[in-house]
Design a protein around this ligand. Structure first.
Ligand code: HEM
Length: 327
């Protein structure tokens, strides 16, 4: 009910209070169009979160590598046109190949887990939950269920109808220096500290493959600890495509060990080790090496920001029926 109040006779204080009450009432009664919302599926698909976490747990029981796999997929999706499920598509919708076939995406994995969740949800609440929200939630659950940090995921993302092969090919490279990395993250609205946090958390779990560090091993790289290089060399000589842990100290755990590794010149890629030698990134390496609680708190904020960056909402995009196929 709307009541008309004559505010002419009210004092300034009373008018201010009235405005506050009206604003609070309006915002509590209507969901802001286009905003992500914790309760987005409360009415339309109540079992959504239980289905995601249950399916993630059953995949993790068989293969713990799905946790780093999904986190990397989240990063590669969110950094190219916002988290809209684009790396899941098997066609770009145009003449380019799909984003999934861009070089940095060739080693992405975890597609089967997203498909399994999607097919369960389509059976219960068809056409409701986007593949983008599934990826955002499954990646968080996979990290938290493996004793990593928790972050709040808001829902209401819509799925993209196309993918961007060229932009995906320009995701940050493991051969890139701090200038290049900082420019790419700044272009997406991230500070140097947020960049170090995201890269540090991401590269405290999972693996990187020998071809990406072959040049650091063959022409001894002065920024790589010689004893660490001596440990890695025989592994890559025996199998040129071997997978090496990003963090050899606590490999399955997303924690702050990465920062101590980088301080000890045991960052796997050039792009990791570079962060120690640039005045804009080194303070964050030292800060988060010193405090696991500050790392967990600030990583959670940064990854939430990444997951919400430039997403499609409201009537933009669509909700796919099958995550690999646009509709
Ligand atoms: C900042 C620049 C970054 C570069 C240059 C970079 C590059 C790479 C490369 C080359 C790999 C190894 C791929 C392979 O050999 O299969 C990798 C792995 C990984 N990255 Fe990054 N990355 C960056 C940032 C991030 C961020 C921000 C995250 C997440 C927040 C992340 C998460 C991961 C994870 C979890 C893995 C392991 C994947 C697996 O085990 O399957 N990376 N990254």
């Amino acid at each position: 009910m709307i009541s008309i109040v004559n505010i002419q006779g009210l004092s300034m204080g009373a008018k201010f209070l009235l405005v506050l009450v009206v604003v609070a009432t309006v915002s509590s009664n209507c969901r802001v169009q286009g905003a992500l919302d914790r309760g987005f599926y409360d009415d339309s698909c109540p079992p959504f979160e239980v289905i995601v976490s249950g399916t993630v747990q059953s995949f993790l029981d068989r293969d713990p590598s799905v946790a780093p796999g999904l986190l990397r997929m989240l990063f590669h999706d969110a950094f190219v046109g916002g988290l809209d499920g684009s790396p899941l598509l098997n066609s770009s919708g145009g003449s380019d190949p799909p984003e999934r076939l861009a070089t940095p995406n060739l080693s992405l994995h975890g597609f089967d887990l997203i498909d399994a969740i999607k097919s369960k949800l389509e059976g219960i609440c068809p056409g409701i939950v986007s593949c983008a929200d599934i990826l955002a939630t499954a990646a968080r659950d996979a990290i938290t269920l493996t004793n990593g940090p928790f972050w709040r995921v808001k829902f209401g993302r819509r799925d993209g109808r196309s993918s961007n092969f060229n932009e995906a090919n320009h995701l940050p490279s493991p051969f890139e220096d701090a200038n290049g990395l900082l420019a790419k993250f700044a272009a997406k609205g991230f500070t140097a500290e947020e960049m170090v946090l995201l890269q540090g958390g991401g590269h405290s779990i999972g693996v990187g493959h020998c071809p990406l560090i072959a040049s650091r091993l063959s022409n001894p790289d002065p920024t790589l600890d010689p004893s660490y290089a001596a440990q890695l060399r025989p592994i890559c000589s025996a199998n040129a495509n071997a997978a090496l842990p990003n963090d050899p100290v606590t490999p399955p755990l997303l924690d702050n060990q990465y920062f101590a590794n980088v301080q000890a010149r045991k960052g796997l890629f050039t792009s990791d080790q570079e962060l120690l030698f640039d005045g804009r990134t080194k303070p964050a390496i030292d800060k988060y090496a010193a405090s696991s609680s500050a790392f967990a708190r600030d990583f959670s904020k940064a990854i939430q920001k990444l997951s919400e960056l430039g997403v499609l909402t409201g009537s933009q995009g669509s909700v796919r029926k099958i995550c690999a196929i646009a509709n």
